[in-house]
Design a protein around this ligand. Structure first.
Ligand SMILES: Nc1ncnc2c1ncn2[C@@H]1O[C@H](COP(=O)(O)OP(=O)(O)OP(=O)(O)O)[C@@H](O)[C@H]1O
Ligand SMILES: Nc1ccn([C@H]2C[C@H](O)[C@@H](COP(=O)(O)O)O2)c(=O)n1
Length: 253
């Protein structure tokens, strides 16, 4: 891992974050002999049309650190809008997630990037029928990769206008991206309240406030589409009301 990247993003970050679908496919192809599941993901990806077109209904993505309330609020919004709720990585590949989570960063993130492109075809189809709510998409892949491949405080992140913060040109864009944020103390309370077994990364997030800040700052630097930040500290009912209003204001509903 690189120690500092004040002079621009490290090569390891460029390598870890595939900029478009061909790079994702190449990465999976390279490791398919050793990891048969990479071949299986590739097969699914290759069946997806290359350029996905959104339907006439709005597509709203929810992003944020774990335990900021994405699952809770996406479920309520889905029910209120009669929307389709999709998650990344999509169900058709999520059974292989634990395998890729043990792999080095470039392979791990190629799995999540592939998930985004597969999800795009699900979004394209669903958005012809109803509004679509998405729990994590490209911004998660980018923000976690950037935070993992840099070190120290946020001054070490690539500069604001760097290409790593740009949306891939060949990936279907959502209409609105809402970034849920809560204070570290509230997040810890929610994680404890949830009482689930924590993943290695969640444990690291708890232990490493710099890592957490690099993820949030990377989310904030994403452009076209940028994330609209929502204070998710209030009660579930209040967060739901705020989010619903933002969606109604922004999308034709
Ligand atoms: N506004 C809120 N106020 C208090 N508790 C909340 C609020 N929203 C969610 N919670 C609780 O916080 C915990 C984490 O919420 P949730 O599972 O929705 O987060 P998440 O962002 O989907 O997490 P992950 O990314 O790890 O799946 C849950 O126990 C949930 O009931
Ligand atoms: N589109 C996505 C979705 C998820 N990830 C990664 C980022 C974290 O490592 C982890 C968090 O997911 P959760 O535990 O909240 O299901 O998955 C990604 O890179 N891209």
């Amino acid at each position: 891992m690189l120690r500092s990247c004040t002079a621009g993003p490290p090569g390891s970050l460029r390598l870890a974050l595939p900029a478009a679908a061909p790079a994702v496919r190449r990465r999976l192809r390279e490791c398919a002999a050793r990891i048969p599941e990479a071949g299986a993901v590739l097969d699914i990806l290759e069946k997806c049309p290359e350029r996905q077109k959104k339907g006439e209904f709005p597509v709203v993505v929810f992003e944020g650190l774990d335990a900021t309330g994405k699952t809770t609020v996406t479920q309520s919004v889905k029910d209120a809008l009669g929307a389709v709720l999709l998650r990344s990585p999509p169900a058709c590949i999520s059974q292989w997630r634990t395998i890729f989570d043990e792999e080095p960063t470039p392979i791990r993130r190629a799995f999540y990037a592939a998930g985004n492109y597969i999800l795009a075809s699900e979004i394209a189809k669903a958005s012809t029928q109803a509004p679509v709510i998405v729990d994590r998409y490209w911004h998660s892949t980018a923000a976690y990769t950037i935070a993992t491949e840099t070190d120290g405080n946020i001054q070490n992140l690539p500069p604001d206008d760097d290409a790593v913060y740009k949306w891939p040109e060949d990936l279907l864009k959502p209409d609105l991206v809402l970034l849920l944020t809560v204070s570290p103390e509230e997040r810890t309370r929610r994680l404890e309240g949830r009482g689930l077994e924590r993943t290695k990364e969640e444990a690291e997030l708890e232990a490493n406030s710099l890592f957490r800040r690099r993820i949030e700052e990377s989310y904030r630097r994403m452009v076209n589409p940028a994330c609209q930040e929502v204070d998710a500290s209030p009660s579930k009912e209040e967060v739901f009301k705020t989010v619903l209003q933002l969606i109604k204001n922004h999308c034709a509903l």
